[in-house]
Design a protein around this ligand. Sequence first.
Ligand SMILES: [Mg+2]
Length: 217
Amino acid sequence: MSLIRPPDIRLICFDLGGVVVRTCASPQEGCARAGVPYRPEIETPEVRARLEQAGAAYELGRCSTAEYFARAEAALDGRQPAAEVALVHDAWILGEYRGMDRLAGAIRAAGVETACLSNTNERHWELMSAQPLAYPAFAAMDTATPATCSAWPSLIPRSIVPSKSSVAYPPGESFFFDDRTENVAAARNAGWHAELIDPREDTTARPRRTAAPGLGL
Ligand SMILES: [Mg+2]
């Protein structure tokens, strides 16, 4: 029989980028993959701050995908057209980490619910949903519908994708994996079990060790 530890864990939540889904490591890589020119001169602190602001609004669902691309073009002082921003955006996600689908499947087979809790965005959600063969763990997660995280505003700032069922479990029965220290700290402060993931390594290793030992993976 499979064992899930710590005891009484009923939900295991995964961040997407850097945990389930591989992403580009830099704008330079994103531009190269998208086949658009990389313009290092536009990477100033001011531009980064404006892009961050535009991205946050988009992740929170406060603007459409097209509006986000237009806002990003404006943030870049018009030096990267919205059409190029869109190409880089689409090229940013690179498929899943190896073994994540097997891990998610084993967790679910053991009777523990899986869910995504992530600052992803509408366009990436659409791309992942449209390619279940490239994103099998994402496709197999119990959670399949993005929704603004109104239930947990203090848990993960700017979160978009909790599952409806996940909010039914007490924090102490939930485990969360994220590649950002501030999100892990926020989850722990809310009473969750939470562990930091290094996106440069095997991202399934820590979940296998800490949340789902005994699954034979
Ligand atoms: Mg992440």
